[in-house]
Design a protein around this ligand. Structure first.
Ligand SMILES: Nc1nc2c(c(=O)[nH]1)N[C@H]1C(S)=C(S)[C@@H](COP(=O)(O)OP(=O)(O)OC[C@H]3O[C@@H](n4cnc5c(=O)[nH]c(N)nc54)[C@H](O)[C@@H]3O)O[C@H]1N2
Ligand SMILES: Nc1nc2c(c(=O)[nH]1)N[C@H]1C(S)=C(S)[C@@H](COP(=O)(O)OP(=O)(O)OC[C@H]3O[C@@H](n4cnc5c(=O)[nH]c(N)nc54)[C@H](O)[C@@H]3O)O[C@H]1N2
Ligand code: SF4
Ligand SMILES: [Mo]
Length: 736
């Protein structure tokens, strides 16, 4: 289906749809009718009951493709795709077990009201009646939604359009705030658009790879395999307070003092400027360098070394390594940078280094943020939360007019600001300003930084809706209304991976009982809500994909050259941008940005952005003498474990009980034996865990994996002022 570009085209289309539904019975019933095996736009066209198909993995942002065998219309087996440019025949344990976790007793098979099963019609009425009653009493913005980075681009598009333009609330955010907000803001401010420059081939084409606040051996194992494929005898530097699995096999580990990244990066820049190791050609395409040089005067290694836990000689040699004019240097960062109260400026300090040394826009270079969830990149463009659909700006009247025209939504229904960030939504609930909340595909009662606060705001909400695959999650258990969702493997659509590659996911299994895809749930809700006729232009994900294309036109993420899902499958995915004008030739398998040096700012130049470090939100003290670090524990555990916890095989690959990594010297000093149960307390709560002697953490620091539900009772809710990303990786605790 094509998107109407005129108002008449749109009215015609809506009329056709209304007639169609008048003929075939109410639209909602059509949506809710449960197909036997496959049917009703849920099935990949032409898929035979006994056949094979492919689907991009639904866990991390690497975006590996899996080849899936079906028997009798149901998936029975999978193997990694050998010919996909991302994973080259590899998959990590989660990918191999992706099908196994779909069958489990706690899969939701019916909507629930206060925990009791009900039918969809009652569920839809309840959703609409309760939220509408709240809005009638307290105004449109008294309801909000919190979504994810783990549903498809098409799901995001429909959900964001319904919630913002249909329900009419201003406030919606995603769990991507916990994860990628820092990178989004850093790129946007420095380059003019949220556009990570790299392609995975850069792992193989670098001479020096610097991983800062990233542990890819655990969190992105197949990207790490790509690093291992590098035949240029690369130097691998890992900047991480812990000697992680990645650091252990690196050529150099920099065990910096936690949260001294900004000082360390400015020190490297200071040395590089002092020694004149600047790439003039790259510099010509930037602005603000002179002010930056002035600013750097205070960051001599003699002054900063003690603050970073490094020696002057170590900092000097690192500065030389990352500015070697004969070498291709790439920088890779993840949560050790993003999850910080000064994350944006830290990410920009990396960007600054690449700009001044010419390590951008060429093979094996780049300031490269690795994203987290399978479709965090899709949520960044199409969730309609921080950006208006398609990477547009809510505040820009031309952008609002464009979206209004393309979607056929009256312009006055499009909000002129993005609304509250995640933490601001929680605060607004606490103040009594937001009374209704809809949570889709995230589990904040485990993952949110102020977990106790999250539990507390439940009391303040008049109505909480949770939409998830499993009814057992910590958040689902709190819901007034629970909506059962199909998961990965049970629906169609697209994901965008870390290197901007669109890939297709396919339905290969039927969702249990009455569970429906998020796409259909939103359609059914919108139909019952009323006033959302415009959404009927896109009855299937494949139709919605055409809307994404139209929205992307003329944007840095233009994908108008991709005809359909089949093209994506045949090409091995396509990286954005791929505008229609480029469509004469198939896209190259690996493409990077800024090769011509054109950035997306008004001046077309990249910006040097910097600020002095700010004080720690919660430094250690006599009562709470340890720094608590948190993060990923094993490659077999996914976040809050709602999915990976269901695999018998994965469960064997990690400790069942929450565990604390503590340096043996600290443990012995406190009289703690290896594998002994200890209490860890912060100012907010106290929990217990098994102590593991871990020489990989520094004395004075401890580490807890985020996968256990109690961990976020301890963390301290502080936020980056530019991105509002929570600082999960630093708070003060005591161990006894
Ligand atoms: N202490 C600490 N806390 C952290 C972090 C940290 O490093 N330290 N990291 C943070 C980061 S980066 C992230 S991304 C978050 C992750 O935190 P969450 O998003 O809360 O974690 P998940 O377990 O991935 O939750 C996803 C939920 O969506 C459901 N689901 C999966 N697929 C679908 C679907 O297709 N449809 C629907 N409707 N539901 C689905 C799953 O069952 C699960 O309940 O945690 C953050 N929390
Ligand atoms: N197996 C598995 N893989 C995953 C996930 C999962 O849950 N399980 N989640 C996915 C998601 S959503 C995300 S966002 C990514 C996260 O991927 P990563 O960011 O690589 O993982 P983390 O363990 O959260 O954090 C990385 C490192 O930051 C370090 N760190 C802590 N404080 C600092 C600091 O001040 N400075 C520096 N330089 N480093 C610091 C920690 O010691 C940790 O080793 O993983 C993705 N992949
Ligand atoms: S590395 Fe990520 S995308 Fe690849 S199989 Fe593992 S979880 Fe899936
Ligand atoms: Mo994340």
């Amino acid at each position: 289906m094509t998107i109407p570009t005129t108002h008449k085209g749109l009215t015609d289309l809506v009329r056709q749809h209304t007639q169609l539904h008048a003929r075939t019975g109410p639209y909602t019933e059509e949506l809710l009718r449960h197909p036997g095996k496959f049917g009703l736009g849920q099935v990949p066209a032409g898929l035979a009951p006994d056949s094979t198909t492919t689907s991009v993995c639904g866990y991390c942002s690497t975006g590996c493709r899996l080849k899936i065998s079906l028997k009798g219309g149901q998936a029975v087996n999978l193997t990694p795709s050998a010919n996909y440019p991302v994973n080259l025949g590899m998959a990590c344990p989660k990918g191999w077990e992706a099908l196994a976790v779909l069958d489990s007793d706690d899969r939701a098979s019916a909507p629930l009201i206060n925990g009791k099963p009900t039918d969809w019609n009652t569920a839809l009425d309840t959703f609409c009646d309760r939220f509408q009653a709240i809005q009638n009493k307290h105004g449109k913005d008294s309801v909000a939604f919190i979504s994810t980075g783990q549903i498809t681009c098409e799901d995001f598009f429909l959900l964001g359009s319904f919630a913002k333009f249909g329900m009419g609330t201003k406030h919606g955010d995603g769990n991507t705030r916990q994860c990628m907000a820092t990178s989004v803001v850093a790129y946007k401010q420095s380059f003019g658009f949220d556009a990570p420059p790299y392609t995975y081939a850069d792992f193989e084409e670098s001479d020096v790879l610097v991983f800062i606040g990233a542990n890819p051996a655990i969190a992105h194992p197949i990207m790490w395999q790509r690093v291992m494929n590098n035949t240029r005898d690369p130097k691998i530097v890992v900047i991480d307070p812990r000697r992680t699995e990645t650091a252990q096999v690196a050529t150099r580990h920099v065990p910096l003092t936690p949260k001294s990244d900004l000082i360390l990066l400015y020190t490297l820049a200071h040395c590089i400027v002092r020694d004149g190791r600047i790439d003039e050609e790259s510099l010509a395409r930037t602005e603000g360098f002179e002010d930056f040089c002035d600013f750097l005067k205070d960051y001599s290694p003699e002054k900063t070394a003690p603050k970073c836990g490094q020696t002057v000689a170590e900092l000097e040699s690192l500065a030389r390594l990352v500015s070697d004019p004969g070498k291709r240097v790439s920088w890779w960062w993840t949560m050790g940078v993003n999850q910080s109260y000064e994350g944006v400026r830290t990410a920009q300090a990396i960007i600054n280094l690449c700009l001044m040394t010419g390590n951008i826009g060429k093979p094996g270079t780049g300031p490269n943020s690795i994203t987290g969830q399978c479709n965090a990149m899709g949520s960044r463009l199409f969730s309609n939360t921080t950006n208006l659909l398609g990477g547009h700006d809510f505040a820009n009247p031309e952008h609002r007019a464009k979206v209004s025209r393309l979607l056929g939504v009256e312009e006055d229904r499009i909000q002129d600001s993005p609304g509250y960030a995640y933490d601001q939504i929680i605060e607004a609930i606490d103040r009594g300003e937001i009374k209704g909340l809809w949570i889709i595909a995230t589990n904040p009662n485990h993952s949110w930084i102020a977990q106790k606060k999250f539990a507390h705001i439940r009391e303040k909400l008049d109505f909480l809706v949770v939409q998830d695959m499993y009814q057992s999650t910590e958040t689902a258990q709190m819901a007034d209304l629970f909506l059962p969702a199909a998961g990965w493997g049970e629906k169609d659509g697209t994901f965008i991976n870390s290197e901007r590659r669109f890939g297709v996911i396919r339905q290969v299994k039927q969702a249990p009982g009455q569970a429906l895809s998020d796409f259909r749930i939103v359609h059914a809700l919108a139909d019952r809500w009323g006033g959302c006729e415009f959404l009927k232009q896109w009855p299937t994900p494949a139709d919605a994909f055409q809307a994404l294309k139209a929205l992307s036109e003329g944007q840095p993420c233009d994908i108008t050259g991709i005809p359909d899902y089949q093209f994506l499958e045949e090409q091995g995915g396509v990286q954005w941008p791929f505008p229609a004008a480029a469509n004469a030739a198939p896209p190259a398998k690996e493409r990077r940005l800024y090769e011509e040096g054109n950035y997306y700012t008004p001046s077309r130049k990249a910006k040097f952005l910097f600020d002095h470090p700010s004080p720690l939100a919660e430094p250690t003290c006599e009562d709470f003498p340890f720094i608590l670090l948190t993060g990923r524990g094993t490659s077999s555990q996914w976040h809050t474990q709602t999915r990976t916890g269901k695999s018998k095989i994965l469960r064997k690959l990690y400790p069942e009980e929450c565990y604390l990594e503590i340096h043996p010297d600290d443990a012995r000093r406190l009289g703690i034996a290896d594998r002994q149960t200890v209490t860890i307390a912060s100012r907010r709560a106290s929990i217990t865990a098994l102590a593991y002697y871990a020489p990989t953490v520094q004395p004075g620091q401890v580490f807890l994996p985020m996968h256990y539900p109690e961990v976020n009772q301890l963390t301290h809710a502080s936020f980056d002022p530019h991105s509002r990303q929570p600082s999960y990786k630093y708070c003060a605790v005591k161990v006894s």
